[in-house]
Ligand binder design. Sequence first.
Ligand SMILES: Nc1ncnc2c1ncn2[C@@H]1O[C@H](COP(=O)(O)OP(=O)(O)O)[C@@H](O)[C@H]1O
Ligand SMILES: [Mg+2]
Length: 330
Amino acid sequence: MTPILEVKNLVTKFHAIDGIVNAVNGVSFRLEEGETLAIVGESGSGKSVSMMSILGLLPSPPAKVEGGEAIFHSEKGAVDLLKLPYDEISNVHGGRIGFIFQDPGTSLNPILTVGEQITESLTRHLVMDSQQARRRAIDLLADVGIPDPELRFSAYPFQLSGGMRQRVMIAIAVACSPSIVIADEPTTALDVTIQAQIVSLFKELRKRMGVSTIWITHDLGLVAGLADRVLVMYAGKIMESAPVDDLYENPQHPYTVGLLGALPRLDTDETRRLVSIEGAPPDSTIPIQHCPFAWRCTRAFDRCWQEAPALLDVEKNHQAACFAVSGRGG
Ligand SMILES: Nc1ncnc2c1ncn2[C@@H]1O[C@H](COP(=O)(O)OP(=O)(O)O)[C@@H](O)[C@H]1O
Ligand SMILES: [Mg+2]
């Protein structure tokens, strides 16, 4: 397998007035070419901040990427995105890497037409005159399933439904044929039917374009059938990483086991009680030297309160950051 993005030990903090927020505490992962990676975790676990750190999208101050690397492999060679100057990283965003945000209502510019926003991205990143950009934008609107694309080209975001706006966001993200598309909870603000339509559009585009994708969600139920691999995040760390089927059938980390226990099962007759994990994630303004899940973990023992477990192999192609599963000795 060939990696297209390798993130190593990413650390991001916010230096807020009332203290330091430890948002991302040493995140490492690889995205392989053509792969879909899902990053799953409760709200506040550092999913968005991780991705925004990589693309230089965080306001600094208060945000500061304090460590790590994000190696992006392209036809021009490997670059560390965290070391690129502002103008270069802002070229990568929207060009080689497309980003779809959670809320299309706030991420589209209300005073520009849909067409203007797509052509703006095309002419900024690609060599194209305005006529070519217009034609390409209309094709893109058709590709993402927007009816009457020529008409919609001149529409303002407020004239479209939430689902249509999210389709426009997807068109912008894929406009320049990126090698990676990152979708940050793209369906959270939508109702269930529209959600399913966006997921299937995303799958279709991914297949057609052969693009590598990262799909961020707080909903573990959404990633079956969508992702190749799942990363489970908690308190700014990756707790488990496994191929999607393996994660469902053989979850290792007690946190993942808890998350899966809380999923309503549709595939069995057995009426499983909706359980949720007791307690709340730790306060991110307090630095934690031990396992951040220890407070909520039914399997915690002495060592879990003394040091932080590293993400280690528990079996082939499957890692967990947990002393209870990766061996008490190691
Ligand atoms: N602009 C900000 N200023 C201060 N703290 C922030 C800011 N944005 C995010 N955070 C904090 O960083 C942590 C991670 O947030 P985030 O990555 O948005 O979580 P997720 O996307 O997993 O829901 C949270 O504790 C959140 O409160
Ligand atoms: Mg988020």
